[in-house]
Design a protein around this ligand. Sequence first.
Ligand code: PEP
Ligand code: CO
Length: 456
Amino acid sequence: MEIIKRKSWTPESWRTFPIRQLPDYPNTEALEKAYNQLQTYPPLVTTWEIDALKKKLAKAAKGESFLLQGGDCAETFEDCNSPHIVKLLKVLLQMSFIMVHEMNISVVRVGRIAGQYAKPRSKASERIGDLDYPIYRGDLVNGYEVDADIRVPDPQRLVEAYHKSGLTLNFIRALTEGGGFADLHHPEYWELDFMSNNQYYEEYANLVKSITNAVKFMEGVLPSELTSLRQVEMFTSHEALNLYYDSAQTRQTPHKTGWYNLSTHMPWIGNRTRDINEAHVEYFRGIKNPVGIKVGPPFDADEICDLIQVLNPSNEEGKIVMITRFGNANVEHGLPGLIEKVTRRGFNVLWSADPMHGNTFSTGNGIKTRAFDDILSEIRKSFSIHRDMGTILGGVHLELTGENVTECVGGANGLQEKGLDQNYRTFCDPRLNYEQSLELAFMTSREWKRLKKEKG
Ligand code: PEP
Ligand code: CO
């Protein structure tokens, strides 16, 4: 594909490029007003946090650390509340502790949180009953309710999303910086029983005992990360899909060169908006944040390499996170070719696996779900492929929630298709629930350890 010649970049230069997934805002005046309003608000994150994350990602790319990125498929305004946020933080922290303990390296935690309000969709509208409605594009754009007015894209939601992200982030900071997770040292906080059907139950129970003891006594039994519970680090990420939202918060700050997206630490570019000659790539090429690139079929590996070149011309370490999402059935076929080309061009990237988005299917009753075994299997295969090719899988990207939802089938609790409607809550993609998430962290770490041992 021919790559267009680019002119100078500004946070708004994307506006002159062809764009996908742009909501059909009927009131452009109101849109510009909301955009201008967003531009006046203070940033949600800081440049030094972003730079610190980049350094950590560079370490993960070398296998000296591991990236755990996860959260809701789509956050909703309604779920901007204490229980939802606490539960998500709790599960991410516990998963990371399991990983730290098992892998004996540090874990970089990045939530899909505090801004993950926009969703790419394959159709612009949907038929419900006898009527066509604009498709729901996430709370950043319109409401989910089946109501012609609520489905109309409303620019004021950009501002509301900023407020909700700020509230979420404020609470995250309070919890992670103030030692709000002191309860972690109680074993009962770890809800062990669900694992009793897993053949590794005892191993898991011992692991939790060991973690809780370490946390309790704050001693150096474990890597130092676990002993400094008063301050756990949590970074934020979202898909920078609605460029009005992200570009309005893209700023320059004193004493730093370059532009930063200060609405989040690590924005990612979606699988459907990564066309090299289009608006999203234009926006992403100008920011200094580390960026994720989602890659799944169909794609051309040479084009992905050109994309990396455009987004990271200086080949800076920790800048690009390649988030591959092939699906369990396709990963062995698709991933090696991509790794080979990226490696041949000498690009520094952190390889991460998203075992969610290639493994979605609908049940006979039309419920969208994913199977725990497919998710785990794609992770295992990805580890092996990277090992065989001499590269490193340095992270995972998951859709999960700390709540007890029934959206994905399988796991030690053996959730079956007929149980899905017990507590199926997602407006978008099916998430791993609390138990499935902990089990996956455990099984992923086990696999990591096994391969490491095998390697000697
Ligand atoms: C997502 O992460 O929710 C998503 C839409 O992913 P992708 O761009 O990989 O389809
Ligand atoms: Co999703």
